[in-house]
Design a protein around this ligand. Structure first.
Ligand code: ADP
Length: 421
């Protein structure tokens, strides 16, 4: 194993696994901390998908450290801690505390931090994260149900989460190329900085950052940073590039779209699917709470729909409705209530022969896939940037498209379905 990756949510893990696959690494994604003796030989990269973005800090740290231990035992030369390209976190964490703990374990003196993903319009300039043309704190991320982002300056955001000193490698240096970035890393160490936010506006910046990160024990960031990493291993003759798969052999069966993401992008995709005549069931969190929308009732509704089309079950709602639900039920309780419901519905659909699942939302995907007991994923072709079709390894054969809330074009659901049809 060359690159050991720990992702703080499932769709982020898939996004990273796709990036590595496309850059030529033989990559597998696993859903849990690998146990000793796991059959993970023959891969260049292993991505461990955790669900630690919003869990209690101690749990996030513990699971991340256990993952690192397992990856090191498999021979990993470099550890990549992957978080969201919108830096989803709160002042308590979990990005800072997890990164700090990994750094300690690895004996790293400096780790870079960069969520940039220009293809998906996430760029970092002077430490400020932009989502499209808006600073993070003015983007729809300000209203995220679990991790509302109200400060765009990542040096400040990360500094609130760690006692270690956070610095910046600014655009002026990044733009000069890999050697200048390497020099900036050295200068940061001399200033006593342990984390550096690195600016990046284009893929070239990410590739150069990757080159400069050769030999860095710990890397943290979005999947974009992975663009430049495989080349380091190829240059060092530790691996040869493998062509990414162009197709996925999907199991036969019906398709369900399950959406628990409330992001603007997902709400647009839901609307597009409704407009296209996909049968839909909208879940009302209050109805789940009252017990009037049982997962059995929803699954039976889905099973009764015409078999030739996908069905859409969603709880996605606008910020105002989400606020009303959270005010009444509490943020975390509302979140887990909806996640559990969607997971239960999906389990029943799979039992009834649905085998192609398109799931929107990081937390939602985590709940659904855990509910199904999927243990590992093989990465297939890309549907939209950051989102591949995948296939479960072991157990019931399922095709899964797991989409981070913010990702995908407006026609994502239909496109994903078409791709397998
Ligand atoms: P994203 O990838 O967009 O962040 P997630 O699935 O990670 O999506 O997070 C969305 C969270 O919002 C989940 O915990 C989900 O259960 C919760 N949620 C979904 N629908 C609603 C709703 N209508 N009201 C309140 N919370 C909701």
């Amino acid at each position: 194993l060359l690159l050991g990756c720990i992702a703080d949510d499932l769709t982020g893990a898939t996004d990273l696994a796709l990036m590595l696959t496309r850059a030529g690494m033989r990559t597998v994604q696993v859903m849990q901390v690998p146990e000793a003796g796991s059959q993970l030989d023959g891969f260049d990269a292993v991505v461990v998908a955790l669900k630690t973005r919003t869990c209690p800090v101690e749990e996030a740290v513990d699971l991340s450290l256990r993952s690192a231990e397992a990856l090191l035992a498999l021979g990993a030369k470099q550890i990549f801690f992957k978080y969201c390209s919108t830096f989803d976190s709160t002042d308590k964490g979990n990005i800072g505390p997890v990164a700090e703990a990994l750094m300690d374990r690895l004996g790293a003196d400096l780790a870079l931090a960069c969520p940039a993903f220009p293809t998906n319009k996430r760029t970092v300039y002077m430490g400020n994260l932009f989502v499209g043309d808006l600073p993070l704190a003015e983007s729809p991320m300000k209203d995220h149900p679990l991790t509302p982002m109200r400060d765009s300056n990542l040096v400040r955001v990360l500094q609130r989460q760690t006692k270690l000193k956070v610095g910046l490698v600014p655009f002026s240096e990044v733009d000069k190329g890999a050697a200048a970035i390497t020099a900036a890393f050295e200068a940061a160490k001399a200033r006593g900085e342990r984390f550096v936010i690195v600016d990046a506006i284009t893929d070239k910046h990410l590739v150069d950052m990757g080159t400069a990160a050769d030999g860095m024990r710990l890397i943290t960031g979005g999947s974009g940073v992975a663009l430049g990493l495989p080349a380091n291993f190829i240059r060092a003759k530790l691996m040869r590039a493998t062509a990414a798969p162009a197709k996925l052999a999907a199991p036969k069966g019906r398709t369900a779209i399950i959406s628990g993401s409330c992001s603007e992008a997902t709400r647009g995709q839901v609307k597009r699917a409704i407009d296209a005549g996909v049968p839909v069931f909208q879940i009302d969190p209050f109805a789940i709470d009252r017990g009037s929308d049982s997962s059995r009732k929803i699954a039976d509704w889905a099973i009764a729909q015409p078999a030739g089309k996908p069905v859409l079950v969603y709880s996605s709602a606008d910020p105002e409705s989400v606020r009303a639900v959270q005010a009444k039920l509490g943020r975390e309780i509302a979140g887990s209530l909806v996640e559990r419901e969607l997971a239960d519905v999906t389990e029943k659909l799979v039992a009834a022969g649905f085998s192609r699942l398109i799931v929107a939302g990081g937390e939602t995907s985590g709940a659904v896939v855990n509910g199904l007991g999927v243990l590992a994923l093989e990465i297939g072709p890309e549907i939209d940037p950051g989102v591949p079709w995948t296939r479960s390894i072991g157990g019931t054969s399922l095709a899964l498209a797991l989409k981070s809330g913010n990702f995908g074009a407006p026609d994502f659901f239909l496109k994903a379905w078409d791709r397998l049809a």
